[in-house]
Design a protein around this ligand. Sequence first.
Ligand SMILES: [Zn+2]
Length: 95
Amino acid sequence: MPYRLKKGVYAVRCRYPHCTFNTRLEVDTVIMGMTEEDVEAEAMKMAKGMAMVKHDSLHGRRHPLLNPEIRRVAGYNQPIPVSTGWADPIGVPQR
Ligand SMILES: [Zn+2]
C-alpha cells in the first residue's frame, strides 16, 4: 500500500565541530512512496535540501552542511487507499 507524508517535521543538526546549527523544518511538500521507507527517504532528502539553504545563509562561508543528523520529530505516514477497480490511483508515482 502506498503512503504519503502528513505534517512531517524534521530536526536537522550540523555535525561540524562547534557549529550551533540545529533547526526544525516542516516538510509541507506532498511526498508519496510505495512503502513507508520510501516516504521517509524522500522526506529526509527534502529536509536536507531545505536545511542546506538555511545553513549556508548562516554558516556557509565557514563550512558546508555535509553530513547532518536528521530525524523526524513530528508527522506520520498516511496509507493511501488503492482502488481495486478500474481506475488507477491518482497522483501515486509509478515506479
Ligand atoms: Zn554547520
